[in-house]
Ligand binder design. Structure first.
Ligand SMILES: C[S@@+](CC[C@H](N)C(=O)[O-])C[C@H]1O[C@@H](n2cnc3c(N)ncnc32)[C@H](O)[C@@H]1O
Length: 218
């Protein structure tokens, strides 16, 4: 039997404090990192969101929505009759998210909470999205299990995070990123997927510097 790592409250607090600190510069550093890799942050986000196969009227959740850059793309996918929800553990990231949405006159329900204990009933969403952060979660398995649990049967789950493909040469810029951030060496978390994950597929985005792991909940 595989031992489950217990979420360490201290580790969760450290991650939250780190993102509270990063919140004011998060968007600028993200944009710069994408440019250095020769990729457009916006185009890459759109590519990832497209994998959710959103349609008008759907309910979509972004786990760890951060400053909310993906939320307008999710809203576009589900239209005015759909529902967009974002959850994040950092109050400062969420505050920036709220301000950004207000400027764009966009709407989403935002909640403060931990990805490993989502405050939603089973099957509450037609699609679940995670874009960045899971490498630092103290309990990836629990977070992925929660994403699957809150997706309805037949719903799509898309998880993206830094990672480098093993089947081709690593680009120079990605080797530098790997030195700065060891998280890039982690393989896509396929081994953490629950039994309900079907049609599992891994591809690479952001100039081969992020994996995109997608599955359908059985
Ligand atoms: C790299 S940012 C990604 C933000 C956003 N998804 C994006 O694409 O720009 C990672 C986010 O994960 C959040 N986070 C970290 N640990 C978390 C946890 N245990 N539960 C929920 N959110 C968490 C951080 O606060 C941060 O906003």
């Amino acid at each position: 039997m595989r031992m489950q790592k217990r979420p360490d409250p201290e580790e969760v607090r450290r991650t939250r404090d780190f993102y509270d600190w990063w919140a004011p510069f998060y968007d600028a550093t993200n944009w710069l990192a994408a440019r250095l890799r020769g990729a457009s942050d916006f185009t890459e986000r759109r590519k990832a969101v497209e994998r959710l196969g959103l349609a008008p009227g759907m309910r979509v959740l972004e786990v760890s929505c951060g400053t909310g850059t993906n939320l307008p793309l999710l809203s576009e996918g589900v239209g005015q009759v759909g529902l967009v929800t974002g959850i994040d553990i950092s109050a400062r990231m969420l505050r920036r998210c709220r301000n950004k949405l207000r400027r764009k006159s966009d709407e989403a329900s935002l909640l403060l909470g931990d990805a490993a204990k989502l405050p939603f009933a089973d099957g509450s969403f037609d699609a679940v999205f995670h874009h960045g952060g899971i490498a630092e979660f103290p309990n990836k398995r629990a977070a992925i299990a929660e994403m699957a649990r809150v997706a309805r049967p037949g719903g799509k789950v898309v998880i993206c995070d830094p990672g480098l493909p093993f089947d081709r040469p690593v680009r120079w810029i990605n080797r530098q990123l790997l030195k700065l951030q060891p998280a890039y060496a982690a393989p896509p978390p396929v081994r953490h997927l629950p039994k309900t994950a079907q049609s599992v597929h891994v591809s690479w985005i952001r100039g081969d510097a992020w994996y995109l792991l997608e599955f359908v909940k059985a």
